[in-house]
Design a protein around this ligand. Structure first.
Ligand code: GTP
Ligand code: ZN
Length: 284
């Protein structure tokens, strides 16, 4: 049978099939040797036992892999942002969005705590990111406003919350997942070594899977091609510059800089673009 690893607890994967049945599985020694450890998100073939458990026989190749939380085959990130209490950093937001893009992950932006925020501020922020090509969801984890539209939008695969501490990620999780099923995140020791790993569980949420991963999502990349960073700023697309390969830095007749000067492109987005170029592409 085929299924997806939806939980890894004490080194034992739980595999869930397309019809929603879960099997607590074992990993054969040979697979451990050949593939290493199984990750939440892995697609596997397994052999069910009479006792309702299963033996994993095969792990399918992974499309991608996150280090923290340790997961495979992630489709996208919900980058959670708050304009007040705490006021989020737009620099970190842009960095996360670009890193997601470079890692091959989709990204959508959730602006939460809108019950505490100035609506005009939320709307103008949303407009900037929609212009850059993102789906933006203004919501409140407290009143529930906006959550239905976000949750019921069709998506595929596994989605993970990410964002700064205290922004309201766990509040959103508790709001959309069935109360009795949400396990409090714990630290569990895995293997013989000293490393500790947080468990992640996947929940089906309409058309997609939501991971109840803890706050921090580690994304790292080594960019050698600065064009990838330029492409990650969707609002630059379709703008004409004198040079078709313009970096929008100090080149003459740069359409992007004109748009920034006119206020059509947010000055902070442009500033973050320049900063990221500098930070990641040292030789540039
Ligand atoms: N008014 C209001 N408060 C919220 C909202 N969402 C979360 N909070 C509050 O903000 C605080 C932090 O929320 P959490 O959900 O714990 O934030 P988190 O992102 O999971 O935080 P970390 O675990 O540190 O990463 C809590 O006191 C919540 O009650 C919201 O939509 N409106
Ligand atoms: Zn330009």
């Amino acid at each position: 049978m085929q299924g997806r690893v939806t939980l890894l607890e004490a080194n034992r994967p739980t595999v869930t099939t397309a019809d929603g049945v879960s099997y607590l599985c074992y990993l054969r020694g040979r697979i451990k040797r050949d593939i290493g450890r199984v990750l939440v998100g892995d697609w596997v073939d397994f052999e069910p036992t009479d006792a309702g458990e299963g033996w994993i026989r095969h792990i399918y190749p992974r499309k991608n892999q996150l280090l923290r939380p340790p997961m495979a085959n992630v489709e996208g990130l919900f980058v959670v942002f708050s304009v007040s209490q705490p006021k989020g950093s737009l620099e970190l937001l842009d960095k996360r969005l670009v890193l997601a893009d470079l890692t091959g992950l989709a990204a959508e932006i959730i602006i939460t705590k809108i019950d505490l925020a100035d609506r005009d501020v939320v709307e103008s922020l949303a407009a900037v990111y929609r212009r850059a090509g993102y789906r933006v969801w203004p919501v409140s984890g407290h009143t529930g406003e906006g959550l239905e539209a976000w949750r019921t939008t069709p998506r595929e695969g596994i989605w993970v919350f990410t964002g700064e501490s205290g922004v309201g990620k766990s509040t959103l999780l508790h709001r959309v997942l069935p109360e009795e099923e949400v396990v409090v995140q714990g630290l569990s020791r895995i293997g013989r070594g000293q490393q500790t790993t947080r468990t992640v569980r996947l929940y089906p949420l309409g058309s997609f899977w939501l991971a109840d991963s803890p706050g921090y999502t580690a994304l790292t990349t080594t960019v050698t091609d600065p064009a990838r960073i330029r492409e990650a700023f969707g609002e630059f697309r379709g703008i004409t510059c004198r040079f078709h390969d313009c970096w929008h830095r100090s080149e003459p007749d740069c359409g992007v800089r004109d748009k920034v000067a006119q206020g059509d492109i947010a000055a902070w987005r442009y500033a973050h673009y320049l900063a990221l170029l500098q930070e990641w592409v040292k030789s540039y």
